[in-house]
Write a protein that binds this ligand. Sequence first.
Ligand code: 5AD
Ligand code: SF4
Length: 456
Amino acid sequence: MKFHITTFGCQMNVHDSQWLTRALESRGWQEAGEDEALVYIFNTCSVRDKPEQKVYSEIGRIAAHARRDPRVFVAVGGCVAQQIGRGFFERFPFVRLVFGSDGIAGAPNALERIVAGSDERAALLDFMPAYEEREAALEQSAGSAAGSGRQAFVTIMQGCDNFCAYCIVPYTRGRQKSRHPDAVVEECRALVDSGVREITLLGQNVNSFGMDKGGAGVSFGGLLRQVAAIKGLDRLRFTTSHPKDIAPEVIAAFGEFETLCPSLHLPLQSGSDAMLKAMRRRYTLGHYMGIVEALKQARPDIVLTTDLIVGFPGETEADFQATLDALAAVGYDSSFSFKYSDRPGVAAVNMEPKVDPQVAAERLMRLQTLQNSITRKCLKMLVGTETDVFVEGLSRIQGGDAPSWKGRDPAGRVVNVRMEYGGCEDAGDLVGMMVPVRITEAKKYTLMGEGTGTPW
Ligand code: 5AD
Ligand code: SF4
């Protein structure tokens, strides 16, 4: 059976889609282009209104195809599926499966049953009381460094208990459920044994790993220690972190483990204590800045990135100014910034006064302008320095004699490297290799470099 997956949203969704792809391939299904598929799977995101609307318009595009060919159907997974549930069946007659974040483990079998004709429609929307192990699917799908079997994500937990006032995630992904640490370490070890060099540990709030029953008494710091000790692993990352839960042992780990990459995504959301309180973030800017200080002490070259929301209900110009000041004070390499958007059922829906959409749009633009200038400064400082780039694929733009490769430095910045390898006609394949590189130029968001030594 030919299937096509479209993924929206966070890295958890990207990883879920990769797993689902491999689980279906192991059942003999083939991933196909948009024109050839018979089963269309949408892995969705409802964290903001815009991506949610996109889901409906993308699913709508399948309607004509489904009318022409009765074999064609759609499966919807992820956060919008959890939120809308069976509502999808009424809205689109050709949607035959909906599955939530805990239901994904059963999705491959459900899809098989539908194709075999034994199920007309199915909904996998129940939240499980504990993390449900999925069937192992270690082989990587093609087309990237993940395709070369060198890069992998490993889920360490599901869900979130924080209920930040703006966020729908606790409703769509359910309560926090840590995976058993032994299962995590075992999967990481198996991945490294199969040739994986870089692992990213994933969870909505990895710092609170083990604070529920599933962690078997092992904290996130403890888990990190075990994974970092795996021989043969070159790079270890984790995301996402909540500032209120980051433990001193995790901060110290950045100075202790060479494999732990010097980068941390630490969502601030706002630089105003009044807004942080209204957002129910449970830290102050002062506390956050203390963490930043400690991180820089543990690892002076650490690179920080963040998420920010502008136009949260009640945000004044002074509150917004505090966010700009925090942005400049931390000096984030890059940030994701969003206009607050009302999400069904979250606490902030009932908070007043709402910020005028035009004011919010203007604040977002000012914030992004400031971020761009900080990003440019951060990148410019790197020109002339040497680093190792882990090659993920060919660059989008080619030209000149040698091929151009896209990869990442240890901090996760994108570096395009022009380099011949192997001297053979097709220039050899650098995907999945580390290349010693000198940075030659800073572009707006990325770096350019040249290879200086033998790839390894
Ligand atoms: N409106 C705008 N941004 C939001 N985010 C989460 N919920 C909302 C919302 N309702 C942002 C936060 C979070 C990121 C993944 O999305 O910044 O960290
Ligand atoms: Fe949403 Fe807050 Fe949980 Fe992050 S920590 S997923 S922002 S509720």
